[in-house]
Design a protein around this ligand. Structure first.
Ligand code: ADP
Length: 249
């Protein structure tokens, strides 16, 4: 259901036109249809979930499982990630793998630019997908930017940089998979051959601490679910589904 504050002015607008004169009533009919259409679209909007966590925490694994479960409810659901595969995201990946050496301020600005493009680009922008009723699960969003870059860049600056993205699309839930950094490193070593710019145990510990303090800071404005990621895959997936399924019942 749309929030009352949104519904109320539209209803008032239609009523006030309808009682004034028949001419105005005729004008009001298309307005009313437009309003109904907008309300209908709002009702069928997709949901937006974001997975956060240090590398190796199990985000990719859990995103696949959640995507399948949502689709089992008869709802279209797509996975995505940041940095994206778009032009800015590709450049950013070269910085993260060390092929390009760029300072943290510039990297933060690139993350923010990649995110805005992720949300708004005409080919597959997320805002449009959500409007169409498609649910979206993203591997990382603004909290990643805050947690990773605020080790070297002031948080206030990062929040300001991401203000437009936060306004355009706020997640229904940020799901943080909390895992011990040593376990994460072991999982990555077992599954991959290269490490990225931020994948050292010391750095992962700092980033995890940052995440936890950020969640305390933003707990009144964002919906955050912290899940113990040190457990078996299915146990974690069931925990997440218990929280998320209410949105699809
Ligand atoms: P991320 O996307 O956060 O980097 P992945 O989902 O790719 O993490 O998981 C990293 C590795 O750990 C993969 O090899 C995956 O199979 C394994 N893994 C994921 N979740 C668990 C878990 N709960 N227990 C043990 N291994 C896991």
């Amino acid at each position: 259901r749309p929030p009352r504050s949104t519904l109320f002015p539209y209803t008032t607008l239609f009523r006030s036109h309808a009682v004034c004169s028949s001419d105005l009533a005729q004008c009001a009919l298309p307005i009313y249809s437009g309003v109904l259409f907008r309300l209908w679209r709002m009702n069928k909007r997709g949901h937006f979930f974001v997975f956060e966590g240090i590398d190796g925490s199990g985000k990719t694994t859990q995103i696949h499982l959640l995507q399948k479960r949502i689709e089992q409810q008869g709802v279209r659901c797509m996975e995505t990630k940041e940095p994206t595969d778009g032009p800015i995201g590709s450049l950013l990946r070269q910085c993260l793998t060390g092929r390009m050496n760029i300072d943290e301020y510039s990297i933060s600005a690139m993350f923010a630019a990649d995110r805005l493009d992720h949300l708004q680009n005409e080919t597959d922008g997320l805002c449009h997908k959500i409007e169409e009723g498609i649910s979206v699960i993203s591997d990382r969003y603004v909290f990643s930017n805050y947690a990773y870059q605020s080790v070297s860049v002031p948080l206030e600056w990062l929040v300001q940089l991401n203000a437009q993205a936060a306004k355009l699309l706020r997640p229904d839930c940020h799901i943080f998979i909390d895992v011990d950094p040593t376990t994460a490193m072991e999982r990555m070593a077992a599954g991959r051959f290269h490490t990225e710019r931020y994948e050292t145990s010391d750095r992962l510990t700092k980033v995890r601490d940052r995440y936890l303090s950020l969640f305390e800071q933003f707990q009144d404005t964002e919906r955050i679910l912290i899940v113990d990621g040190n457990r078996p895959v299915d146990t974690i997936a069931n925990d997440i589904w218990t929280q998320v399924s209410a949105l699809y019942s």
